[in-house]
Design a protein around this ligand. Sequence first.
Ligand SMILES: Cc1cc2nc3c(=O)[nH]c(=O)nc-3n(C[C@H](O)[C@H](O)[C@H](O)COP(=O)(O)OP(=O)(O)OC[C@H]3O[C@@H](n4cnc5c(N)ncnc54)[C@H](O)[C@@H]3O)c2cc1C
Length: 290
Amino acid sequence: MSRTAQLKSTAAVLEPRTLNEALEMRARAPDAMPLAGGTDVMVSLEAGVIDPPRFLNLWRLDALRKIEDTPAGGVRIGALCTYTSLGRSDLVLRHASVLIEAARTVGATQIQNRGTLGGNIVNASPAGDTLPVLLALDAVFELSSAERGARLVAAADFFLGYRQTALLPDELLIAIHLPARNADDHTHYRKVGTRLAQAISKVVLGARLRVVDGQVVEARIAWGSVGPVPMRSPSVEAALLGVPIDVDAEAKVAQDIRPIDDIRSTADYRQRVAENVLRSFLRSVVQTRS
Ligand SMILES: Cc1cc2nc3c(=O)[nH]c(=O)nc-3n(C[C@H](O)[C@H](O)[C@H](O)COP(=O)(O)OP(=O)(O)OC[C@H]3O[C@@H](n4cnc5c(N)ncnc54)[C@H](O)[C@@H]3O)c2cc1C
């Protein structure tokens, strides 16, 4: 019997009907693993990487599927939103079309129908495709617990180490807040894998440059699959800031990333590709503005 079939027959699944119920169950049963779309959980379970005694099934919590404007002019995306629902949202298109670009490269249709943005975030794989984009957009994560209520954590402070996050054992990720889009922003997403579709990334770039009067006034360059966590690129960002776009800033990439050799690629290849995709983005911004 496969491990997932075994799970169906043996493991307990807690089934909250409301968010409050879910938070109370989470506090009372921290050993129950939250289950959203299950597309990461089921793979880990089948591989024997995890063996939780029970699950906390979030799938019925429609309160976590809302996408709405925020008073600050941005958008709040419920943690249970799937990649498909992101792609169908006019609000996400208006505020963060680059996130939709990323969502469209995740898996194929089945995974996009079931996999959630919240699951990608809490799973915290360095290869999670949306994570560099969320870093580049200055996303803020809304975490909540029954005891302390909601708190906000910036994406830049959330990924603490290899698959370690700032989420506490009694908390759930509730929503993702994205700030208002600025007309001077140039955003970019680039995933490099073995194929264009259905591939785990070798390098992911999520980027945002705010350019005013020819000078970069805000720079966010973020990477996936080139280190133990999704990460910002402080040396590149500093090199870009306060000057006209410097297409040679890619020379700084090596100072920020920590690629490794693994079954999908080599450190050398990852570094070279990271430099290339950054240069190509910077050139495209220069061309758009000339
Ligand atoms: C065939 C296949 C292809 C894939 N392709 C890609 C790809 O191209 N790019 C990519 O980035 N990923 C890919 N994935 C991975 C996966 O689909 C995504 O990471 C997806 O977003 C996970 O979401 P989920 O809802 O299924 O999470 P789940 O599997 O349900 O959960 C993942 C983790 O997050 C926790 N969790 C989930 N939601 C919450 C919450 N609200 N609060 C607290 N904890 C929570 C769970 O406890 C678990 O630890 C692929 C997976 C498969 C099987």
